[in-house]
Design a binder for this molecule. Structure first.
Ligand SMILES: Nc1nc2c(ncn2[C@@H]2O[C@H](COP(=O)(O)OP(=O)(O)OP(=O)(O)O)[C@@H](O)[C@H]2O)c(=O)[nH]1
Ligand SMILES: [Mg+2]
Length: 336
């Protein structure tokens, strides 16, 4: 039977008929679906791939309201085109940069904020937080109160940015509500909008994330997703490379340094990922069957691999990178 009842964890409509379909539960009296139950209790993840059409529809609905929007993004995976979402909705918006805890402490917050302000995208404010470390959450709540236009505040952004985690933190810190949204290291955990009342003046609305098909997280096994997602502060790893030397990250990415002076490559990626350096790239063919992209790096730029992190390269030079063709990469002025 299909019910009108939605799962408290991910927003899907509950049903007790088809175990293979979204929203299945053995008993419609339950508050959450079986998938959420298994994620919460056993860390047993079941990946669902969402289409972005549904998501765009949700954003369009949000844009019909005049409500405040929190746009959550993962600091390690800042989108190349952060203005894309801004272009769909014109609501008042706070840009929230989450997961500050994974960046090395040496990274200055002002530098991150300046980097985004230079892009000249209209946000009421850019705020750096860490849900895991409970950092700046009080300040964020204050600013929500300043900018909110009604009780309702929407929480949007790409999958895995930490939207549901942030709402859970706000519930825990500031309300008696015992509802808990489902969170997981895999993309597309939240399946539909979920409203959570924090108090008489504030209701937060969680949304499914925008799926980034170019993210490495959509191209590797769940075990590798866990390895790629940093849990602790990243220890930057620096490699001094000369022309014709390489670095290889797990069996995922190969970066050949093919032209330029002696150079420094610093990896800002999860500490759990193995990095190997090749002293002579001609002696090793690993990953060379993958798709090749060539970049002319300018002075002090980052090579960003979507979903993985970035590599700061100090001097100008030419690099060839090899990885699955679906994974996006781009270069930017160094963030650090
Ligand atoms: N290191 C770190 N990890 C975080 C932080 N906030 C959330 N995460 C992790 O990020 C992953 C994704 O969190 P979710 O809250 O499920 O993200 P979401 O944006 O709701 O994702 P979807 O529902 O798939 O759109 C989980 O593994 C969280 O534990 C943070 O401040 N620091
Ligand atoms: Mg979520």
């Amino acid at each position: 039977m299909n019910s009108e009842k939605r799962c408290n964890g991910c927003g899907v409509l509950l049903q007790d008929e088809n175990v293979l379909q979204e929203g299945y539960t053995t008993n419609l009296e339950n508050d959450i679906c079986q998938r959420c139950f298994r994620m919460k209790n056993y860390g047993d993840y079941q990946v669902i791939t969402k289409s972005n059409d549904e998501y765009i529809k949700i954003l369009e609905d949000v844009s019909k309201t005049k409500d405040l929007v929190l746009y959550i993004t993962d600091l390690l995976n800042l989108e190349e085109n952060i203005e894309e979402i801004r272009n769909i909705i014109s609501n008042k918006m706070i840009l929230v940069l989450n997961k500050k805890d994974v960046l090395p402490k040496s990274v200055k917050e002002t530098k991150l904020i300046n980097y985004l302000e230079e892009k000249n995208i209209k946000f009421e404010e850019v705020i750096v937080i860490s849900v895991n470390k409970n950092y700046n959450i009080d300040y964020l709540l204050k600013r929500i109160k300043t900018y909110q236009t009604s009780k309702n505040v929407y929480v949007i952004g790409h999958t895995n940015a930490g939207k549901s985690s942030l709402i859970n933190k706000l519930i825990k810190n500031y309300s008696d509500n015992s509802q808990e949204l489902t969170m997981s290291p895999l993309p597309s955990t939240t399946l539909n909008t979920v409203s959570i009342q924090i108090n008489d003046y504030l209701t937060l609305i969680d949304t499914p994330g925008l799926v980034d098909m170019g993210s490495i997280l959509n191209r590797v096994s769940p075990e590798m997703v866990k390895k790629i997602s940093p849990k602790k502060e990243i220890k930057p790893r620096t490699y001094q490379l000369r022309k014709n030397q390489s670095i290889i990250i797990e069996d995922l990415i190969r970066i050949d340094y093919v032209e330029g002076e002696k150079n420094s490559f610093t990896c800002f990626i999860s500490n759990d990922l193995k990095v190997k350096r090749l002293l002579n790239l001609f002696n090793n063919e690993d990953l060379k069957d993958k798709n090749k992209t060539t970049y002319q790096m300018k002075y002090d730029e980052d090579l960003v691999i979507n979903g993985l992190g970035f590599i700061k390269i100090v001097n100008k030079g030419v690099i060839d990178i090899y990885m699955d063709k679906e994974i996006d990469s781009f270069t930017r002025k160094s963030l650090i």
